[in-house]
Design a binder for this molecule. Structure first.
Ligand code: HEM
Length: 545
């Protein structure tokens, strides 16, 4: 294969100015490596470019629309956070009270930002791994408009106080059902891509994406049936809410990691059987997890115990995925310094392992007794939706956008700034609320401590979350600015930038020095020492004069 490096390009990796390094990790001149990594045919380069061109409009539409919801959701999240320690702030307007801002934040983030970008990225990945175009693109665009309209109308309803009162399902039913149908349409597009695919091998990312696009409509339709009441409704609520994370966001997030880690590092997935084991065990165990939210609730004990057992069994898919990702990236960790995509994706993949193992422990009754009804649980939720899924989406957007727009990100520094604002923000969020949540739980379980003392003691942790909220929101505005510049400063992509893989290839092409025998190394060392002594003796003489 031809190397596509210009003569002027530096060959020493350490000497490359960082701002000259690839932003999006364009691996265009390394099609073969990546082909092996994601199961593509050999001459996939032009084909990929053609596919990207066709999917361009719809993928960009989903990503930009999701990014707009991210900004709105961040403002709401920040207001909600401040209200936790300044309860009177904006309290005179009913529509700005905590009970309305919070669910709106949740719904716009989950169904606006995370779901829309998730669908756009998933369809793009499917198009790449199946080597086929995204079908029904005009319908998907109409669907996106309907989806946005529903989020807007549903948002106004929540602000007016017309929430359904079910967590994750606060939007009115007449706005949830159309959103579910748009995702059914995306699922239908995914399945027809399976039929028209030019790539016989089904790469693991495709499995995960199809699973997500089939699972969510099932969750949405079942939870919308008007047959649940009382405690059964609570059971359905947590079955839905937990699976929205586990069978909707999680498979999409893992699909992104399985696609991008090999793409950027140029190494195939460590073990295909492990990835299949991880996939089926996730599907088998996750579905039962949701009822651990009802530990101590008025539901049959066996019902909750099954869920606790399944939550602990989640260690199987989690460790499987962690080993597979770790073994794939091992030896290429240096790339994290240079690839924005990989930086976000590795952060997200590590968070997946952390949040999932944390979840298994939380489900155990003795630990749950402490953390239930505390701020710890909110931190755990953000470890999943932010540290894992949102960071994964950022990584995917930084990879995909230059390909579908054929323009490069304008500033590596701003991408770096976004990463550090998001990473530091979410770490402060998680550490503060988890530590504070455990203290809160222990104090609440102590009957000698008055409830108001416990509430006052949580204030400093809530303040730390508000500080994190400012960092996160600032990061999101930087991200939006990056997208805005990319879309507005329409420059033709410059010559392919230097990538991590280019450098590895160059290193490999450079002639290796002959191995020096040990005896010669010893002789060289002695002669070096001899010369140093002579130089030192000379210097002493000069000093004496
Ligand atoms: C700027 C970043 C964010 C901030 C400042 C923020 C802040 C908040 C606050 C203050 C709450 C209410 C917590 C409570 O009731 O005690 C909350 C809840 C929630 N947020 Fe966020 N959030 C952010 C990002 C996100 C994102 C990106 C998502 C989803 C993709 C998300 C999903 C949720 C969920 C699911 C809950 C409910 C958590 C629970 O009940 O355990 N948030 N968030």
């Amino acid at each position: 294969m031809m190397m596509n490096l210009s003569a002027s390009r530096p060959t020493n990796f350490s000497k490359i100015p960082k701002n000259k390094l690839d932003l999006s990790m364009n691996t265009s001149n390394l099609a073969q490596v990546n082909a092996a990594a994601v199961g593509n045919g050999a001459d996939s380069l032009e084909q990929d470019a053609r596919l990207d061109q066709k999917s361009s409009f719809i993928v960009i539409a989903f990503i930009l629309s999701g990014a707009a919801w991210l900004l709105l959701g961040s403002i709401l999240g920040t207001i909600a956070s401040f209200k936790m320690h300044m309860p009177d702030w904006l309290g005179e307007h009913a529509w700005l009270t905590f009970g309305r801002i919070r669910p709106l934040h949740l719904n716009w983030m989950a169904y606006g930002w995370a779901s829309q970008v998730g669908v756009g990225v998933s369809l793009w990945i499917l198009s790449r791994v199946l080597k086929t175009t995204i079908p029904v693109r005009p319908w998907l665009f109409v669907g996106l408009l309907v989806w946005n309209l529903c989020l807007l109308i549903g948002g106004i309803e929540i602000l007016m106080g017309h929430s359904r009162g079910l967590e994750w399902l606060e939007l009115p039913i007449y706005t949830i059902v159309p959103i579910v149908f748009v995702i059914v349409l995306a699922g239908e597009a995914a399945i027809s891509m399976l039929y028209t695919r030019k790539q016989p091998h089904l790469y693991i990312s495709a499995w995960y994406i199809i699973a997500a696009l089939v699972s969510f409509p099932l969750l949405g339709i079942v939870s919308s049936l008007p047959i649940f009441e009382g405690t059964v409704q609570a059971g359905m609520n947590w079955w839905y809410a937990h699976n929205a994370l586990g069978l909707w966001f999680t498979p999409m997030g893992l699909a992104i990691a399985y696609f991008l880690i090999p793409k950027v590092t140029g190494r195939p997935i460590y073990s295909y059987p492990l990835s299949v084991l991880g996939f089926w065990s996730l599907l088998l165990f996750y579905n039962w997890n949701g009822f651990h939210h009802l530990i101590g609730g008025p539901v049959p004990t066996w019902f909750v115990t099954i869920s606790i057992a399944a939550s602990v069994m989640m260690i199987i898919p989690v460790v499987t995925v962690a080993v597979n990702h770790h073994m794939t990236i091992i030896g290429s960790f240096e790339a994290v310094k240079y690839s924005p995509t990989l930086r976000f994706v590795v952060f997200a993949a590590m968070s997946y392992t952390f949040v999932s193992i944390q979840g298994s422990f939380q489900a155990i009754r003795t630990f749950n007794e402490i953390i239930h009804f505390t701020h710890y649980v909110v931190a755990h939720a953000h470890a999943g939706v932010y540290s894992f899924f949102t960071m994964m989406l950022f990584g995917a957007v930084y990879y995909i956008m230059p390909r579908v727009t054929n323009w490069e990100w304008h500033s590596p520094k701003l991408i770096k700034l976004h990463f550090w604002l998001s990473a530091s923000g979410i770490i402060i969020y998680l550490v503060g609320l988890q530590w504070g949540g455990i203290i809160q739980g222990l104090e609440m379980n102590n009957p000698d401590i008055p409830f108001m003392t416990v509430v006052n003691n949580t204030k400093k942790w809530l303040l730390s979350r508000s500080f994190a909220a400012i960092l996160l929101t600032a990061g999101h505005f930087v991200f939006a600015y990056n997208l805005f510049r990319l879309m507005h400063v329409r420059k033709v992509r410059p010559a392919p930038p230097v990538t991590w893989l280019d450098i590895q290839r160059q290193r490999a092409l450079q002639p290796k020095p002959e191995p020096v025998p040990f005896s010669k190394k010893v002789a060289n060392a002695f002669s070096g020492l001899n010369q140093s002594l002579k130089r030192w003796a000379n210097d002493v003489k000069v000093d004496e004069h």
